[in-house]
Design a binder for this molecule. Structure first.
Ligand SMILES: NC(=O)NCCC[C@H](N)C(=O)O
Length: 415
């Protein structure tokens, strides 16, 4: 039986750079072995990774965090633990078969199959998926018509990128609403873990998987009370607006900067082009540094008591657009937000942006984890006084995500 620890540290985060205390990771497993040249595009990978090496790289990432005093939580273990609770099992099995491809008969036989599993097996199957030929006792028209290699329950190879399916703001957690069909089910897992695991007992959920699309990679906590939200391929303006209302209603932020980003794979999230490495510094793709703009959203004047989360009648105050760097510095109350460039020349910058050179994970002010391959960006970071913890990512990077994407901070010290 699992129990919450009375010694568990306080949870929550109010910045990108406060000392990282606890982080949620997911070690890639059998779900990555499902990737083939036929399905990798649909499953949002740019290739077919060498899984053993990806696991070694991830283990080294987790170790680098642990070596610096960070408590590492593993999503698959938390999931297996909550699957000992009947309500969590029922929720997650229902989510796994909630797929219009299946039809009622196959949904029933899949539910029966999954219900017979112990928590460990069920956690493994919810993540790695269930192929047609692994389903004993499958029935129904859809089952007959499917090919042997088809998935009754598709795998979740992008669970590796724990950043996107939940994000903490203050002491609350936003379970997000992922835009791409290949990732929808991920947030049913994070929602169940936060709702049922004793470790998170009493934590308020700030957002939900059924709401407008919002992904954690688009949410940057620039400073206490100041949240930047990228809108583009993944997060919609509607998602940014809903999050802003909720942050204001719960007094978790006073300003939300809404930042349009190009709707393309290379810039799928705001954290693919910029991340914080110090209280007043970001590493940023230089090609966007001058053109990036922000709309500044604040709670309406004279509303000290915003009534409830979704008081949709409340008009938010919206100003802009302004250059992002100007709007951010002003909201953060600093003279200037310093920018460290990814790359040196435009071609190197483009290559290192693609390889997640901007996607750093700060462990504390001026201490960040980065992929070793981005040598020019890392040298620029060091020249600017940032200590860089280098990790290998040749295989992990084939999913197009770096150290920030692969981590969800659960607790950071306040600055
Ligand atoms: N925050 C991030 O940029 N996460 C990386 C997500 C990569 C994943 N293959 C995706 O396309 O969603």
């Amino acid at each position: 039986m699992i129990a919450s620890s009375p010694d568990a540290p306080l949870m929550g985060a109010s910045s990108e750079v406060g000392r990282l205390c606890t982080v949620l990771l997911h070690r890639p497993g059998p779900e990555l072995r499902r990737l083939t040249p036929r399905n990798n595009d649909q499953l949002l990978f740019d290739g077919v990774p060498w899984v053993d090496r990806a696991q070694e790289e991830h283990d080294a990432f987790a170790q680098a965090l642990a070596d610096r005093g960070v408590e590492v939580l593993h999503l698959d273990r938390l999931l297996a633990e909550v699957l000992s609770f009947p309500s969590a099992r029922a929720e997650l099995i229902a989510a796994a078969v909630d797929d219009p491809r299946l039809g009622a008969t196959l949904q029933r036989s899949t539910t029966t199959h999954l219900s017979g599993m112990d928590p460990e097996q069920l956690a493994g199957t919810l993540i790695a998926g269930l192929a047609h030929d692994e389903l004993r006792g499958g029935r129904g028209l859809a089952y007959e018509v499917m090919e042997r290699g088809d998935f009754v329950v598709p795998p979740l190879p992008n669970l590796l990128f724990t950043r996107d399916s939940s994000v903490w703001v203050g002491d609350q957690v936003a379970v997000t609403s992922l835009a791409m069909p290949a990732r929808h089910r991920e947030s049913t897992i994070t929602a169940a873990v936060y709702a049922h695991h004793p470790r998170f007992a009493g934590v308020n959920q700030l957002y939900g998987a059924h709401l407008e699309h919002l992904e954690g990679g688009d949410v940057l906590l620039l400073a206490e009370g100041v949240v930047a939200v990228g809108v583009g391929e993944r997060t919609t303006p509607g998602g940014a607006e809903r999050l802003a209302r909720r942050l204001f209603a719960r007094r978790l932020a006073h300003t939300v900067l809404v930042v349009p980003i190009a709707q393309q794979r290379a810039t799928m999230h705001l954290d693919t082009i910029a991340t914080m490495v110090d209280v007043d510094a970001m590493v940023m793709y230089p090609a966007v540094a001058d053109s990036l703009v922000a709309w500044t959203v604040t709670a309406p004047d004279g509303s000290p008591d915003l009534p409830a989360d979704d008081a949709d009648v409340t008009e938010l105050a919206v100003a802009g657009p302004q250059p992002f760097l100007t709007a951010a510095a002003s909201a953060m109350g600093i003279d200037r937000l310093r920018v460290i460039d990814t790359g040196l020349d435009p071609v190197t910058a483009e290559r290192e942006q693609w390889d997640d050179g901007n996607n750093t994970l700060a462990l504390a002010p001026r201490l960040a984890v980065a992929y070793e391959r981005n040598t020019v960006t890392n040298a620029a970071l060091e020249a600017a006084g940032i200590e860089v913890v280098r990790i290998a990512g040749s295989e992990l990077g084939s999913g197009r995500g770096g150290p920030r994407c692969m981590s969800c901070p659960v607790a950071r010290d306040p600055l």
